[in-house]
Design a protein around this ligand. Structure first.
Ligand code: ATP
Ligand code: MG
Length: 362
């Protein structure tokens, strides 16, 4: 019998529906050819939905997400639509909290042919994963900081519980990458333990988890030095793990190294659930024109196949995840069909078609 997976699909706002449509089509075609079935269930949420109904994340959509095997999300939020108190509409953050998706996984890849602001030495490739804790840290007081006429304060929260889960996940991922021949099995804890006691606490918990993995290498780096190394020697990294705010900043730096947001995928992963979405937002400035780059969304779909495959012990899914990622990378590397953000003139559909053609050749 075919392995069946229910996928909740949040098409979201702005360019969201435009990049989701070809992604779902590609995934559906791969499933038809493979030994698994993906049942896509499109559910409403987002800023436009809020403007129309007064709800940004309906209970039914939340339930669909909770009951699914995986969640695909394009982008949500619009600068023109806000809650009455003026705060941003970001159901993706509500999902992250409700489903305890503590591990924000941000792969950074630079391969031959890819445009990057870096001077890549001959023969070098970049292939590392940044894991950003996504439920606490300096984002803990988001919107609830104390501000008076004379001072403002926000607090940083690091809990043992989430940190233990985060590091267990991180070392697990490093082990997987080592098995797949993608990395040496090295985990770097990025912090500022020399200045902040909370980061010394973070590091202690990291070290305790590291002791359980003698087959992997564990080390530490300060966040400022890490920013430097991202630019000077990014090919040295394998798996990095860090606090929410540091991860937020470093992941944009990582996306910049890859040539832009249009090619940067991500996943937010917890113990039971996972959301796969591009690093970029809803890009309202280019919405409705058919010119958005769909590749970050498609790469996020590839990450979903990989995650489902490992979780359900289905090698065919893992293989398809790799095939899809490699097809996207081949399109970028060839450089013939690129959207405007990558310096080309292709539209969303052209870029998606190029991926389909590339898949046909693999
Ligand atoms: P958010 O706060 O939701 O992260 P943001 O303010 O960071 O949003 P984005 O929506 O990510 O902004 O867009 C930033 C810039 O990148 C915009 O100029 C947008 O057009 C461009 N951009 C983002 N995603 C894409 C894409 N897939 N293809 C082409 N351009 C994109
Ligand atoms: Mg942004």
């Amino acid at each position: 019998m075919k392995h069946q997976f229910d996928i909740a699909v949040f098409e979201g706002d702005g360019i969201g529906p435009e990049i989701m449509e070809p992604t779902v089509k590609i995934l559906a075609e791969m499933a038809t050819a493979g030994e698994y079935a993906l049942n896509f269930n499109v559910v409403p949420a987002g800023a436009a939905h809020y403007a129309a109904t007064g709800e940004s994340l309906p209970e039914a959509s939340m339930d669909a997400a909770r009951n699914s095997d995986a969640i695909l999300l394009s982008a949500m939020g619009l600068p023109s639509v806000r809650y009455e108190d003026g705060t941003e509409i970001s159901p993706q953050i509500d999902l992250r909290k409700a489903l305890t998706l503590f591990a924000g996984v941000r792969p950074v890849r630079i391969f031959p042919g890819q445009k990057t602001p870096l001077n890549m030495p001959e023969g070098k490739e970049v292939d590392f994963v940044l894991i950003r804790e996504s439920t606490e840290g300096l984002f803990h007081t988001q919107g609830k900081g104390e501000v008076t006429q004379d001072e403002a304060r926000e607090t940083l929260l690091i809990t043992r519980d989430i940190s233990e889960k985060l590091f267990r996940f991180t070392f697990g991922l490093a082990k997987e990458r080592k098995q797949q021949g993608r990395g040496p099995g090295r985990v770097t804890c990025v912090d500022k333990a020399n200045v902040f006691r909370s980061f010394a606490f973070f590091r202690e918990i990291f070290d305790a988890e590291a002791k359980k993995h003698p087959d992997l290498t564990a080390d530490h780096a300060y966040v400022d030095a890490t920013a430097l190394w991202f630019v000077l020697k990014p090919w040295d990294f394998d798996v990095l793990v860090t606090e929410n705010m540091f991860g937020d900043i470093l992941s944009d730096l990582g996306a910049g190294l890859m040539g832009g947001l249009g090619v940067a995928p991500s996943a937010d992963i917890g113990l039971e659930h996972a959301v796969f979405q591009p690093c970029h937002g809803s890009a309202p400035d280019i919405a409705g024109q058919g010119i958005a780059n769909p590749l970050a969304m498609i790469l996020s779909g590839a990450m979903m196949l990989d995650w489902l495959g490992v979780r359900h012990d289905n090698p065919k899914l893992v293989k398809d995840g790799t095939r899809l990622r490699e097809a996207v990378e081949a399109v970028i590397g060839k450089g013939e069909v690129l959207t405007g953000d990558l310096g080309g003139t292709a539209g969303t559909q052209d870029a998606a078609n190029a991926v389909v053609d590339m898949l046909g050749q693999s």
